[in-house]
Design a binder for this molecule. Structure first.
Ligand SMILES: Nc1nc2c(ncn2[C@@H]2O[C@H](COP(=O)(O)OP(=O)(O)OP(=O)(O)O)[C@@H](O)[C@H]2O)c(=O)[nH]1
Ligand SMILES: [Mg+2]
Length: 195
């Protein structure tokens, strides 16, 4: 799968299903804690520097942001979870919006769950993974910021993430970096199975 950077378009920031775009394309949603690198991941796959806004402050993205990826599929940037400064009310609103999207959206074909390769999965990461499995949504786990650890530490970090999430055999785990684009072809080929 090849994406033409000039044909990547931001479509809409949506908060409810009435606003979701109406296209025949399948959707791949990005989930992960705030600051894990979701927007940077979209930019990397797009081959664009700034199509998805990279936040200087975490927790900035509070809507479902839809991107048309060269008419091949849509990316849906889901607001990051686990942002401590969110109020309880904001968190509840977040939960309802995400749940409605993940459980009702026919076009959703897979979720790319991003986990920071440097850290053990958080409780929220594990909850999210279990939730996706419960609803039988295929998951690709992308371990971000791989440029931040040394090569020889990589296998051990991947092992911990795989074990803590109790990853299913069929779910892929791919180390990735938005800085050096490590494993971008692997990520593309994993996603192309779902579009
Ligand atoms: N070194 C390194 N930094 C990264 C990588 N990916 C993202 N970052 C940095 O991490 C910070 C957060 O990145 P974003 O892409 O905005 O993260 P996000 O998950 O979209 O964050 P929210 O929208 O707040 O949920 C930024 O400072 C990025 O430059 C990576 O692969 N390597
Ligand atoms: Mg973001």
């Amino acid at each position: 799968m090849k994406i033409n950077p000039n044909k990547v378009e931001f479509m809409i920031s949506a908060v409810s299903d009435a606003q979701y775009p109406d296209t025949p394309l399948k959707e791949i949603a990005l989930s992960g804690r705030s600051n894990v690198g979701k927007s940077s991941f979209i930019n990397s796959v797009s081959g664009r520097k700034n199509i998805a806004r990279i936040s200087s402050k975490p927790g900035k993205t509070v809507t479902l942001n839809f991107y048309n990826m060269d008419e091949k599929f849509l990316f849906v940037d889901v607001p990051g979870y686990g942002y401590a400064k969110q109020s309880k009310k904001e968190r509840e609103k977040w939960g309802k919006m995400i749940e409605a999207y993940l459980t009702d959206r026919k076009e959703l074909s897979c979720v790319v769950q991003l986990i920071d390769i440097r850290h053990k999965p958080s409780e929220d990461d594990i909850l999210m993974y279990d939730y996706l499995k419960h609803f039988e949504i295929p998951v690709i786990v992308v371990c971000t910021k791989s440029d931040k650890i040394s090569k020889n530490k990589m296998p051990q970090h991947l092992k911990v993430i795989r074990e803590d999430l109790e990853l299913e055999e069929t779910d892929q785990l791919i180390p990735f970096s938005s800085v050096d684009k490590k494993n971008l072809p692997q990520v593309m080929s994993a996603m192309s199975e779902f579009i």
